[in-house]
Design a binder for this molecule. Sequence first.
Ligand SMILES: NC(=O)c1ccc[n+]([C@@H]2O[C@H](COP(=O)([O-])OP(=O)(O)OC[C@H]3O[C@@H](n4cnc5c(N)ncnc54)[C@H](O)[C@@H]3O)[C@@H](O)[C@H]2O)c1
Length: 262
Amino acid sequence: MVFCNDALAGLHIVISGGCGAIGVGIVKKLTEHGANVTVNDILSYQLATARLSENGIDMGKINYVKADLTLADETNTLVKVAREQFGSIHVALCHIGMVIPKPLLTYQAEEWDETMAVNVRTAFLLGKAAAGSMLEDGVKGQLIFTTSWVADVPWPEIGPYNASKAAMKQLMRSFARELADKGIRANAVAPGIVSVGLAKQQWDTDATYRARAQKAIPLGTMQPLDSVANAFLFLCSPAADYMTGAVLLVDGGCSLYPMDNA
Ligand SMILES: NC(=O)c1ccc[n+]([C@@H]2O[C@H](COP(=O)([O-])OP(=O)(O)OC[C@H]3O[C@@H](n4cnc5c(N)ncnc54)[C@H](O)[C@@H]3O)[C@@H](O)[C@H]2O)c1
């Protein structure tokens, strides 16, 4: 990737769910390009910092804040602590996600609620709190939501997840519409079937999923983590300054396939 090492110098970026499989790759990429990053997750401080440093992240460029972002109070505390440590927030990445893989007709109401709370409610709460801080600080910042190619494609046996990602996409577009005149932008990164994290767990444990997924990636291999991190690097950089309300789809062509052929 041809971006200067200081492409993100001077930026303070907050990421939720930043200790997850994709999160650590994003944090590494952003810090390597000069950003200070406030990393949020629900892991203990010890576990979180061990995971981040094991992945070769420069710990001088990050601050870890444990908080459950399904809760408004904890989200507001995250934003407050982030500003105290690294100053005004320029970009907030609403990145938390979870999936319960099973057929739609077997889902319990509680499982639907949990999926929506972890995926959509956390994105709304962080987007709202971070955008509020940008307005207070006079920052022309950006919100970036991690959606998925399945926001537009009904991939089988993760129905509520598909619906949650579609909701996040429209939430992103709503933030973009309402905040554009205040100089605050909102965009999304939509990855495909990534070689780490939620998809990899299913790939490794569910033969039906693996057989289906193997046929669904036109470029032929699971998505490299670096390709997701590069999309975030681009969107956080000044190269993307004129983008708002956009979904950056980086899925190896998954969404090109009609499901009947998969
Ligand atoms: N892995 C894929 O193939 C794939 C594809 C497309 C999109 N995505 C999206 O990318 C994002 C990251 O996925 P991943 O595969 O790295 O998953 P992951 O499970 O490895 O990471 C998710 C992180 O969110 C944290 N988290 C969960 N609930 C939280 C809460 N209430 N407050 C704070 N943190 C919380 C978890 O502790 C975890 O570290 C998700 O939004 C996911 O939907 C993943």
